[in-house]
Design a protein around this ligand. Sequence first.
Ligand SMILES: NC(=O)c1ccc[n+]([C@@H]2O[C@H](COP(=O)([O-])OP(=O)(O)OC[C@H]3O[C@@H](n4cnc5c(N)ncnc54)[C@H](O)[C@@H]3O)[C@@H](O)[C@H]2O)c1
Ligand SMILES: O=c1ccn([C@@H]2O[C@H](COP(=O)(O)OP(=O)(O)O[C@H]3O[C@H](CO)[C@@H](O)[C@H](O)[C@H]3O)[C@@H](O)[C@H]2O)c(=O)[nH]1
Length: 436
Amino acid sequence: MKIAVVGTGYVGLVTGTCFAETGNHVTCIDIDEKKVEKLKNKVIPIYEPGLDVLFDRNIKQGRLDFTTNLKEGIKGAKIIFLALPTPPGEDGSADLSYILKVADDLGPILEDYTVIVDKSTVPVGTADKVTAAIAANAKVEFSVVSNPEFLREGVAVEDFMKPDRVVIGTSSKKAQKIMEELYAPLVRQGNPVITMDEKSAELTKYAANSFLATKITFMNEIANMCELVGADVDMVRKGVGTDSRIGKRFLFAGIGYGGSCFPKDVQALAKSAKEVNYDFEILNAVMSKNETQKTKLIDRIKDHFGDIKGKTFSVWGLAFKPYTDDIREAPALVNIKALLDAGAKVKTYDPEAMENVKGQLGDSIEFCEDEYAAAEGADALLIMTEWPVFRTPEFDKIKTLLKENVIFDGRNLYNTETMAELGFTYYSIGRAAVKN
Ligand SMILES: NC(=O)c1ccc[n+]([C@@H]2O[C@H](COP(=O)([O-])OP(=O)(O)OC[C@H]3O[C@@H](n4cnc5c(N)ncnc54)[C@H](O)[C@@H]3O)[C@@H](O)[C@H]2O)c1
Ligand SMILES: O=c1ccn([C@@H]2O[C@H](COP(=O)(O)OP(=O)(O)O[C@H]3O[C@H](CO)[C@@H](O)[C@H](O)[C@H]3O)[C@@H](O)[C@H]2O)c(=O)[nH]1
């Protein structure tokens, strides 16, 4: 099948590449000329593990190409995916301007019956708005389908190729059949395709993200309780996670959720509720609790050191989670800002995200070639992202590099007893502090 993907970011590039891998001819379209130039030169502009193998193979086999020209890119496409940004607007609601602009542009250039798919995360009612925008100028029949994406960055290819489920929101039998044909290679692996109306599909995406964000926040609250009563959040996590009604995943306490999805989607759902005069109170609590959780360790740092003006902190990890270079809403950046605002200095290392942070923070912090160089001469070490390379460092080497043997761990990477034996003062989340 010939398909087009409009928007070639984290979702669009993975969607396009994976559908090429299942035998389709895919054209990815983006207005960012530099990005398209890179892609044409076989350079992937993001870090996403495993994407390169599929990307190279499908370009070589002539199933994947790139353009900035919408009309050229959609020619002959049976399905057009919209994988465009839906960032928070000033009032917190999802900004649909990118989607509606492309919908306006598509109307006059559609040449045959086409399925237009909202792959972006969009509020209830967007399929109707996209339909109206296209219909204003379309000369041919078309259907708009809501097909939200549930992939996680860092494991995007795996999530896309083996999804827990595929949600297809459509009231058109014709569009449903075409979408089911497209997803058939993934369904054959035993994954369910759940077909529903457009509005339910749109809400499913926000419900999933908001539920997961709430689950994480709930565990962060339990962690805060643990610290006050002398319990251990890792034990509590194991104790509750083994209940199959609760499940083991997404129960890890830390320095708050970040990324390009949870923060904006929880906010957008709260805003959508408000628009229908419903106060979705639990979401307001999740958002405000997540904000305070992010800088929890800054309070510990100030308790430990008193005034931190002039002190140097080594920050391990910048990306909002491991296996990505994405720094959107990364808790590490909030912590770095708090340290700089208090007059402290920062030395940092991240395996993939340093270039993106350089673009934002310039030379206000020091970027180092590895985690040990980042620790050298620092007053303390802060762990912000659980990259595997940070899990088993050479602690004896760290001791020779840090001025004081103190670690503030936002991801609970180390065993507290081991840290006590090694002679570190060690603060983590939801567990007793180790003082040495
Ligand atoms: N990132 C994720 O993990 C993820 C997962 C599921 C869903 N989503 C949702 O998918 C959508 C896209 O997210 P993303 O992270 O891929 O965004 P992104 O910012 O990485 O990519 C969006 C791309 O769209 C391009 N673009 C903007 N206007 C355009 C236009 N008029 N024509 C062509 N291209 C245009 C941009 O240049 C950019 O390359 C959002 O709604 C997001 O909420 C994201
Ligand atoms: O137990 C956990 C799990 C995650 N996180 C944090 O939660 C955030 C989001 O993590 P994750 O969900 O793994 O990454 P995303 O790539 O943002 O994926 C989420 O957002 C995407 C965009 O909508 C959805 O498609 C995915 O299903 C959804 O998991 C990160 O800051 C994590 O550190 C925790 O603090 N504790």
